[in-house]
Design a protein around this ligand. Structure first.
Ligand code: IPD
Length: 288
């Protein structure tokens, strides 16, 4: 059921956050319902799944439907703004307000019925994220932030928790999330990098949705995150959420596309310097 859209909308970060939250919750409802209709286990209806950049980079009809809904709602509430979406593409121009949309982050998990996929919506002003909302679709948990106003999560019962990064201070004890691109050559390098990092940390997590990796960092459930080759829609909302929760966050330039292979990395404040130094020493602070 659509959430009430009678918002007072102006250009403040808080107001943009309210728009991102409402629309992300509506899109998450649609994704949840359509998964039940379109998939049986990990079997999709005929024609429901196709591939994009490589044969293992999927897009489903539900990704497209979710993005269509988000675009329609944004057109109602913010008719003058630009939109960049994972499926529909859009404006690479970053001036003014641009919405950056991932209609399903973690599409492989979505297809297989693994409970870690999300809707992610950010508002950027002149290329900088000022508001963002990520909804973990299977659980209904909302993560949200506005620049300078902090980050919180709200569970499906309505309980609200302020997000704070972990207090970890030793990289040797850090739980580090990461992810891999869809191209074979980049993956080979990413695998080598993980192999070099693994002996220096507590462990690695590959959850399968970059937005959720960064939200888990914000919630103190992992201590650091890094990945090469993210697209703006993967990080635009969740990097702000992590940063507002106290993480040290480095993102690609607003005009960089995933194809450039830039690194995104973020860590709880107590391990941030050690983590950045380790990535530097491993030659990871470059494009892959
Ligand atoms: C992918 C996920 C994954 C990350 C990939 C992304 P998608 O997004 O966030 O965790 O490792 O780099 O492309 O394709 O599911 O929207």
């Amino acid at each position: 059921m659509p959430h009430n859209l009678s918002l007072h909308v102006d250009d403040t970060a808080e107001s943009l956050r309210a728009v991102a939250e409402r629309i992300a919750l509506d899109a998450a409802d649609l994704v949840r319902r359509r998964r039940r209709e379109v998939f049986s286990g990990n079997l999709a209806q005929d024609g429901a799944v196709s591939s994009k950049s490589t044969p293992t980079d999927p897009v489903t009809i539900v990704d497209s439907e979710s993005e269509e809904l988000i675009r329609q709602r944004l057109a109602e509430l913010r008719p003058s703004d630009r939109i960049l979406g994972e499926e529909g593409g859009g404006d690479s121009e970053t001036s003014g307000i641009r919405w950056v949309v991932d209609p399903i982050d973690g599409t492989v998990n979505f297809m297989y019925g693994i409970g870690a996929y999300a809707v992610s919506i950010a508002a950027q002003r002149d290329g900088v994220s000022v508001a963002g909302a990520v909804v973990d679709v299977p659980t209904g948990v909302l993560y949200s932030a506005a620049l300078g106003a902090g980050a919180y999560m709200r569970d499906s019962e309505g309980e609200v928790t302020t997000l704070r990064c972990s207090a970890e201070t030793a990289m040797s004890h850090a739980l580090v999330a990461t992810g891999f691109g869809y191209g074979a050559a980049r993956r080979e390098h990413q695998g080598q990098l993980v192999a070099s990092l693994l002996p220096r940390i507590r462990d690695i997590r590959r959850i399968g949705a970059a937005s959720l990796d960064l939200c888990l960092l914000a919630a103190g459930r992992v201590d650091a995150y890094f990945e090469h080759g993210l697209h703006p829609w993967d990080w635009a909302a969740a990097a702000l959420i992590a940063s507002e929760a106290g993480a040290s966050v480095t993102v690609p330039s607003p005009t960089s596309s995933g194809d450039d292979g830039d690194i995104t990395y973020a860590a709880a404040p107590g391990v941030a310097q050690e983590f950045a130094d380790a990535l530097d020493k491993l030659g990871a602070l470059r494009q892959l």
